[in-house]
Design a protein around this ligand. Structure first.
Ligand code: TYD
Length: 212
């Protein structure tokens, strides 16, 4: 006889919001995938998504990385419009349904990247925190841009216009300045297994603290 399949696990009250951040090439997509696989194996009910989204504003932003850069303020407005829709359609409903919501980038990217183009990152944070739920945990995969550049070229990708090294250095400084009690800095220069172990133990602690 087969055992009954386990019902999906959800948190008792509101869900939790876990965000991966860091410069391009820090290993976010790999770590997002690994975390999602581990949580699914433990039957957690997940929402997994990324920003910019694949909706209208997000598509325009991705296109702009190759077809011609928008001005910093136009770019900021579009990222915020994309995020407003994301919050309303995906993030809030997931949290309201007590799920674990995992995002590959969120508003800390907005502050770091558009801040690196000269806008005031504190003001960008304020604009976002006026409508976007604050993450319970930000996993900041921290890496030197010189190393991330080597990784990006090593996977056969060409750095896009969001990825110039001096700007990435500035992004890294802004990530460091934003670090608070909900941001965990993870040294992403180590191997994939070591990073995944840190990610899983931080998320495990968060879920355990919310599970009762
Ligand atoms: P990314 O998820 O890295 O796309 P891909 O992996 O397909 O290249 O995001 C694309 C770029 O968007 C990335 O370089 C960071 C940038 N970005 C911002 O500038 N501001 C934001 O608010 C967000 C969410 C992303």
């Amino acid at each position: 006889m087969h055992p009954e399949p386990s019902p999906p696990r959800r948190l008792p009250r509101r869900g939790v919001l876990v965000v991966f951040e860091g410069i391009d090439g820090a290993g976010k997509s790999t770590q997002v995938r690994r975390l999602a696989d581990s949580l699914r194996a433990a039957h957690w009910d997940l929402v997994l998504d990324r920003e910019p989204t694949s909706k209208e504003h997000g598509r325009r932003l991705r296109d702009s990385a190759t077809t011609g850069r928008l001005s910093p303020s136009e770019e900021l407005a579009l990222f915020i419009a994309d995020r407003r829709q994301h919050v309303a359609e995906v993030i809030q409903p997931g949290l309201g349904a007590s799920k674990v919501v995992i995002l590959d980038r969120y508003y800390h990217s907005n502050a770091a990247y558009q801040g690196s183009r000269g806008l005031d990152w504190r003001d960008i944070l304020r604009q976002n925190e006026a409508f976007a739920p604050r993450p319970d945990l930000v996993l900041w995969l921290d890496l030197d841009p010189a190393v991330s550049g080597v990784r990006i070229r090593g996977r056969g990708d060409v750095a896009n216009q969001f990825e110039r090294i001096d700007q990435l250095q500035r992004c890294r400084e802004i990530y460091a300045a934003m670090a608070d009690d909900r941001v965990l800095r993870i040294d992403a220069a180590r191997d994939e297994e070591a990073v995944a172990a840190d990610v899983l133990s931080a998320v495990g602690r968060l879920l355990a603290s919310r599970a009762t």
